[in-house]
Design a protein around this ligand. Structure first.
Ligand code: SF4
Length: 235
């Protein structure tokens, strides 16, 4: 573990002095060459990270987690954005049919045990897809939730390194970048959805100042599990 901690300290020191595109480039072609995957929900703010990824290397693998509970708008937006940005290796991953048949045959697990549903439809498929990768990149940002306020650019979750190249970006930064590059917006944003996940667990924002207030609204749950480290604090 000391070796991992030393590497984290070294790379984070370097990454704090780099631009976002430089961070992605270093991770993709140096630190984790051939072993970096980008994980994207193709949600409300995903276009920014994906545009940066495409500008660095459009051949980087992008994993899209289709839980089979997504909005149709998200599935169509994924295809549109992939082609708009020229992403060459988008991989659609999801739960195995035999697991869904056994554990959520009625498709209602999200209503009475959302943690079990997220494990079935998100955490487990992602864990399978990340086998063979050393690091995965996310679009998480410090401003999004209290649990993310100390988010480092590079973390280790007990199994993989996790790169958060947008950690320091604000909502204004994201909006300005999207406007400057004329990025297509997720169609649900204009309807009041500012953080978009699965249909049963996403509503329009409850608190205008909190983009994620529409996720699991009214429940204690704030993360789906894929960002809960195997060791250390919840992030
Ligand atoms: S976000 Fe909701 S529907 Fe999606 S996997 Fe989690 S509990 Fe299930």
């Amino acid at each position: 573990m000391t070796e991992v901690m030393d590497r984290l300290a070294d790379l984070n020191a370097r990454y704090r002095a780099m631009s976002t595109a430089e961070i992605i480039g270093h991770a993709a072609h140096d630190a984790f060459a051939g072993r970096l995957a980008v994980v994207s929900s193709f949600g409300a703010e995903s276009a920014v990270l994906l545009h940066l990824v495409a500008s660095v290397d459009p051949g980087l693998p992008v994993l899209f987690l289709d839980t089979h509970k997504l909005f149709g708008e998200t599935v169509r937006y994924r295809s549109r954005l992939q082609h708009h940005l020229g992403l060459e290796d988008v991989r659609v991953i999801g739960p195995r049919k035999r697991d869904v048949d056994a554990r959520d045959p009625q498709g209602t697990l999200s209503m009475h045990d959302p943690d079990a549903c997220c494990a079935l439809r998100k955490s487990e498929p992602l864990a399978r897809a990340l086998a063979g990768f050393a690091c995965w990149a996310t679009g998480r940002k410090r401003h999004q939730t209290a649990f993310r306020k100390d988010l480092e650019i590079l973390e280790f979750d007990g199994g993989h390194y996790k790169l958060n190249p947008l950690a320091a970006w604000t909502r204004a930064d994201v909006a300005a970048y999207a406007a400057a590059h004329n990025l297509p917006a997720h169609p649900l944003v204009r309807q009041g959805y500012h953080s978009i996940g699965c249909m049963p667990c996403t509503s329009k924002v409850v608190d205008a100042a909190d983009a994620r207030s529409g996720r699991w609204a009214g429940q204690a749950k704030i993360e789906c599990g894929i960002h809960t480290p195997k060791t250390g604090d919840k992030s």
